[in-house]
Design a protein around this ligand. Structure first.
Ligand code: PMP
Length: 404
């Protein structure tokens, strides 16, 4: 498929609706992406034609659903370049994947061991580690950032030691859009024997990662960030970690044999997939991945970079507007206008049909760093246009005029 923005937009029914009497301009893609008709059709098709529980049934419908679900797992394996499909564990999303790993490490950590996270993390990337530290007596260390919103790598090197057991960073910050140097972070962590978990929630829609090449131990993401449905995601873990970590939840599907005296667990990935999963969600996730790959990640990146540059230049023409996060970044612009509250700006632009996010973006430590209550965040996807950027800029100017 060549990159034809007008045809692409036709795939997304929601993009032709109006909000508050204006054409919707959806610029909250970092929170969740919109869904193409192909994904919506896959969901309707599943519930209309082959809804059944998977893995356990001998009947045809169950076989069909199982085949489709496992085919999706293979698609996801290929997309992220995992070595085997059993390293792809279906989860409810990024947050659950992180908690699964944190829970597993509770049995591997000792008092005084250290976990490193970055200053650029989402709350879902901070709280599970704090809970893990409380449980185990491990210590949480933080890689600091600078005014540009970039991690201080020298400080990271100083934090690493033989006490470091796990390093956790997001690939891209949801609040600022900063792209973290994960290759370097992974390599350095491994040099002291620490494992690395990368949060791909913000990067998966912009960058196709090669997990084997990255040599990362764990990787998590959510389908809803990449045109798939909510309530489903994946945790990739190297097979050796899958064998080492204990199960997260007990229940059906994750066992080999159960008696009241003793239970033995199933192999990967089922050991970590207790209960009936989000079958339809997994299948639709596979369809979303096909959709994105048909457009191509190079084309997506090129278009989004064009939007980012254009929007950055246009917004900076507004007097008193400051953008937070100015290092190497993806198509996220977090900004404030002198003396104006981000919530007020967000409310006014919404009245003009423009969806942006306002607030701390589940990243309060970043807001504390800049000493601000929050920002207005416009986040662009491949289906956004330069005309939509113009609409945003005009709406922000109008908001400034009304509020000043
Ligand atoms: N990490 C990052 C960087 C995110 O942006 C998000 C979602 N905003 C999450 C984790 C949590 O993802 P989910 O809510 O899908 O579990």
């Amino acid at each position: 498929m060549s990159f034809d923005i007008h045809n692409i937009r036709k795939d997304f029914p929601i993009l032709s609706r109006k909000v508050n009497g204006y054409p919707l301009v959806y610029l909250d893609n970092a929170a969740t992406s919109q869904k193409p008709q192909q994904v919506i059709d896959a969901i309707v098709d599943y519930y209309s034609n082959y809804n059944a529980n998977i893995h356990r049934g001998v009947h045809s419908l169950s076989q069909e659903a199982t085949d489709a679900y496992e085919a999706a797992r293979h698609k996801i394996q290929n997309h992220f370049n995992a070595k085997t499909a059993c390293e792809i564990i279906f989860t409810a999303g990024t947050t659950q994947g992180i908690n699964l790993v944190a829970n597993g490490f509770a049995s591997l950590l000792n008092k005084g061991d250290e976990i490193i996270v970055s200053a650029l993390e989402h709350h879902s990337n901070i709280v599970p580690w704090q809970m893990l530290c409380e449980k185990t007596g491990a210590v949480l260390r933080v890689i600091p950032m600078n005014e540009e919103g970039t991690l201080l790598m020298d400080e990271y090197y100083n934090l690493l030691s033989d006490k470091t057991k796990l390093v956790f960073v997001n690939h891209i910050s949801n609040a600022l859009g900063t792209i973290n140097p994960i290759e370097e972070i992974i390599e350095k962590a491994h040099s002291v024997g620490a494992a690395v978990l990368i949060d791909g929630a913000q990067s998966c829609s912009h960058i196709k990662p090669n997990l084997q090449e990255l040599n990362v131990d764990f990787y998590v993401t959510s389908a809803h960030k990449m045109c798939g449905p909510t309530g489903v995601g994946i945790l990739y873990m190297k097979e050796e970690w899958g064998n080492k970590l204990p199960p997260y939840q007990g229940g059906g599907e994750m066992i080999a044999e159960v008696s009241f005296e003793k239970t033995t667990y199933a192999g990967l990935p089922h050991k970590f997939e207790a209960g009936t999963p989000n079958i339809c969600g997994g299948i639709a996730f596979g369809v979303a991945i096909d959709y994105l790959n048909a457009i191509g990640f190079d084309a997506i990146e090129a278009h989004e970079n064009e939007l980012l540059t254009y929007a950055t230049n246009k917004l900076l023409e507004i007097e008193g507007l400051r953008i937070y996060g100015t290092g190497q970044k993806t198509s996220v612009i977090s900004f404030n206008i002198e003396d104006l509250h981000p919530y007020d700006i967000g409310t006014i632009v919404d009245k003009l049909g423009i969806a942006v996010r306002t607030g701390h973006h589940c990243a309060q430590p970043i807001m504390e760093f800049y000493k601000i209550p929050g920002t207005v965040r416009a986040s662009f996807a491949f289906y956004n246009t330069l005309e939509e950027v113009d609409a945003l800029v005009e709406a922000v100017k109008k908001a400034k005029m009304m509020l000043s």
